[in-house]
Design a protein around this ligand. Structure first.
Ligand SMILES: [Zn+2]
Length: 273
């Protein structure tokens, strides 16, 4: 048996048997791990107030070689992200991000990648705490989550041959290939999505900016619509099913077309607004 002492973020929590709780944790240096917290619902003292969604913890886990599920031995709360529990829009966005990570985070990924993924998860919850999510923040956070999971789409050149994307206003995007394709490569593909280069540039910026500075990026309604549709298809392609929290999030976020004051960040090749 080995004992693991590390930080953890709770991605999912399910009651199990009479008094236990099964948790899906994201661990820096490891990735996703399922653990059982025995007696979690019987003993008030042992894990008091620590085993809820969004909680950033310091944990001690016992791992037996014979079992692929660890046993949670101790948990201390580092941060609770309280703002995500009291506001339904923040809550919906937080649940959506956790579910995406729970679906796609590997068990036992490379330590450096998993540390980056863990840091991303904390920063994303932080930015949802600091700013009430709208469709744009949702789109950028979702794209960044996919990038942190190693699924960053190509946005700047042909994903098949590496050629530049030319000077046209629009380009074809192939979701399964994971990026735009030049005219020559597009001729051999089906299922292409027409997208403005300005939208791809805005998404590129959304990936590059510090999360605290994301409010500097303002997508025009037309670009946001395109970006939303692109990221949505990309996410569905990788997840394979509709996330359980997706409908709830759609209900909570302001409808498209009611996005508030927006201005274009694009140059002359930007999409219509
Ligand atoms: Zn090409």
């Amino acid at each position: 048996m080995t004992t693991l002492r590390t930080e953890a973020l709770i991605l999912r929590a399910v009651d199990f048997r009479e008094s236990d709780r099964i948790l899906h944790l994201l661990l820096p240096g490891f990735g996703r791990m399922a653990v059982i917290a025995r007696g979690a619902r019987r003993s008030i003292k042992r894990f008091a107030g620590t085993l809820d969604l969004f909680n950033h913890l310091r944990v001690q886990i016992d791992q037996r070689r014979s079992s692929n599920m660890g046993r949670l031995d101790q948990a201390q709360l580092v941060r609770g992200f309280a703002a995500l529990r009291v506001d339904p829009v923040r809550f919906a966005m937080g649940c959506y991000l956790l579910e995406l990570l729970d679906r796609l985070a590997p068990e036992g990924g490379s330590p450096d990648d998993m540390r980056r993924l863990f840091d991303f998860a904390l920063q994303a919850l932080e930015s949802v705490s600091a700013r009430r999510p709208d469709q744009q923040l949702r789109t950028i956070l979702e794209l960044r989550a996919l990038a942190a999971l190693g699924l960053r789409p190509e946005l700047a050149r042909c994903v098949r041959c590496g050629a530049g994307l030319g000077a046209g206003a629009e380009v074809d995007f192939h979701v399964a290939e994971g990026g735009p394709v030049c005219g020559r490569c597009a001729a051999r593909l089906t299922g292409l999505l027409r997208i403005h280069l300005g939208t791809l540039r805005a998404l590129e910026q959304g990936l590059r900016l510090d999360l605290e500075r994301l409010d500097r990026l303002i997508l025009a309604p037309g670009a946001l619509e395109e970006a939303r549709s692109l990221v949505d298809r990309f996410q569905r392609f990788h997840v394979g099913v509709e996330l359980r929290s997706q409908r709830f999030l759609e209900q909570m976020l302001p409808a498209r077309g009611a996005l508030g004051p927006l201005s274009a960040v694009h140059g002359r090749s930007g999409p219509p607004s």
